[in-house]
Design a protein around this ligand. Structure first.
Ligand SMILES: Nc1ncnc2c1ncn2[C@@H]1O[C@H](COP(=O)(O)OP(=O)(O)OP(=O)(O)O)[C@@H](O)[C@H]1O
Ligand SMILES: [Mg+2]
Length: 445
């Protein structure tokens, strides 16, 4: 890393310079604030260690100028002992850390390493973003500026340039397939096919032929020779979705193909080979399945050379507004926007179905709302109910629960009010009264 030391004390400068150079950094030095700013103007400095009290230009003012020149520059402000007050204002100026004299070198080193990690992540994210921008034809628009997603993108970058198998984990609807495609598109195999196999959707007896192909007459219905997905993916990527659904017997067959790099078509004699990179996805925890003996450990290790875990949407709520905008732009046939209140409800919702659920909520809301403004009342009932149960005061919560019980009883009795009332232990008249109070009506589907 390129580090600039700005300090008017030559002893301090030399001490730090020697120490940091031994750690492999390139170190530049300045004896006052003005000189420091001049260096930042001329050289690519990533981190500056600034003495707060310097002649000509103080550390605070120098930092402000440096930030104007390079907003990405990281800065540690070094102050005299006990100068906490100024430290607060210095943080406001954009210092990342504030250190007291005398400097504790091991802790300085640790802070520098933290900066290095952040910078590396930034670079990797920038590389992914550049790649996405350079290829406007990419069939992908990935939304994600939350720290959790930036971390994922940085791993995607590292993973896509490697040849190893990748296992993508994460709850349903978190974007596993999207990330698998992105890894393929960013890697060296991008011009070769991306072939997808949904392990949950293929009947067990057809799986082998689907994956490895079959010869003519291999079984009833095999009228022609057919190439399997392994062969089709040659040179490219084979994406095995929902790999946790694969029965044990098929796991062994897959393992053999991966171990030996060869396979045979069903009913065939000769061994075939294919050069494929395997990306797998699972919304089940394969480690637990391994412990329970439902997933082969050796296969797990083969698939899981590199691992990416997609965080659930409720752990990256910062991304929700941008995702909503993205889906509105995709699905709205007229200009539509959300009221602040509606946005608020959506940002707070828990999304058990993650991004896919959000996508469906936007679609449903668009088809059910007239006009250009979406209000909380236009949102699907489960979103509003959850919001009330989680956030209301006692009376509101009781009402939300009551409403929920009424709707659920009605749904379970196919909206036959006599039976719903019976189920709830109330009279039909009370039921009708409460339905009126809460505005419960049967939804036309
Ligand atoms: N970061 C994102 N930006 C934009 N769209 C996204 C993002 N993540 C997911 N989506 C969209 O959400 C939907 C679900 O994503 P995807 O199919 O990749 O999820 P999944 O994890 O494979 O789900 P499942 O476990 O149910 O198979 C897709 O329509 C996808 O385009
Ligand atoms: Mg999927």
């Amino acid at each position: 890393m390129n580090i600039l030391i700005a300090d008017d004390d030559p002893m301090q400068r030399e001490l730090l310079q020697g120490f940091l150079e031994r750690q492999g950094h390139r170190v530049l030095c300045a004896a006052d604030g003005e000189q420091a700013v001049a260096i930042v103007r001329a050289e690519p400095v990533q981190l500056v260690l600034l003495d707060q009290r310097m002649p000509k230009l103080s550390g605070d003012l120098a930092l402000a100028e440096m930030k104007a020149l390079n907003p990405l520059i990281r800065a540690f402000m070094i102050t005299g002992y006990g100068a906490v007050d100024t430290a607060v204002s210095v943080m406001k100026l954009g210092a990342d850390e504030f250190l007291e004299k005398p400097l504790d070198l091991p802790s300085l080193l640790e802070k520098i390493q933290r900066v290095e990690i952040v910078l590396a992540v930034d670079e990797e994210v920038a590389a992914v973003e550049d790649a996405l921008e350079e290829n406007p034809g990419l069939p992908l628009r990935l939304i994600g500026k939350s720290p959790a997603m930036l971390e994922v993108l940085s791993v995607v970058h590292r993973v896509s340039s490697s040849p190893w198998n990748v296992l993508i984990g994460g709850e349903t609807g978190t974007g596993k397939e999207m990330i698998a495609r992105l890894i393929h598109l960013l890697g060296t195999r991008r011009d070769a096919p991306f072939i997808e196999v949904n392990c949950a959707a293929i009947p067990e007896n057809l799986f082998e032929s689907e994956l490895f192909g079959h010869e003519k007459g291999a079984f009833t219905g095999a009228a022609k020779q057919r190439r399997g997905r392994f062969e089709l993916a040659h040179g490219g990527t084979l994406f095995l979705d929902e790999v946790g659904e694969l029965p044990l017997i098929l796991q062994s067959k897959l393992l053999r193909a991966l171990q030996e790099g060869r396979f045979t078509r069903v009913g065939g004699e000769s061994d075939l080979t294919a050069d494929v990179r395997i990306i797998t996805a699972s919304n089940r925890d394969l480690r637990i399945m391994v412990e329970d003996g439902r997933f082969r450990e050796d296969l797990f290790f083969r698939l899981n050379v590199l691992e990416i875990d997609l965080p659930p949407l409720r752990q990256r709520r910062e991304d929700i507004p941008a995702l909503i905008e993205h889906f509105l732009a995709r699905y709205a046939d007229r200009p539509v926007r959300l009221s602040h209140e509606a946005m608020d409800v959506l940002v707070k919702y828990a999304y058990p179905g993650n991004v896919r659920e959000l996508e469906h909520i936007v679609q449903r809301t668009l088809t059910l709302t007239r006009g250009g403004l979406i209000k909380p009342a236009d949102l699907p009932p489960e979103v509003r109910r959850a919001e009330m149960i989680d956030h209301g005061l006692l009376q509101e919560r009781i009402e939300a629960v009551e409403r929920e019980m009424l709707v659920s009883a009605l749904e379970r009795t196919a909206w036959i009010q006599t039976r719903a009332a019976e189920m709830l232990g109330i009279s039909e008249r009370v039921l009708r009264y409460k339905m009126g109070k809460y505005g419960i009506r049967r939804r036309e589907v």
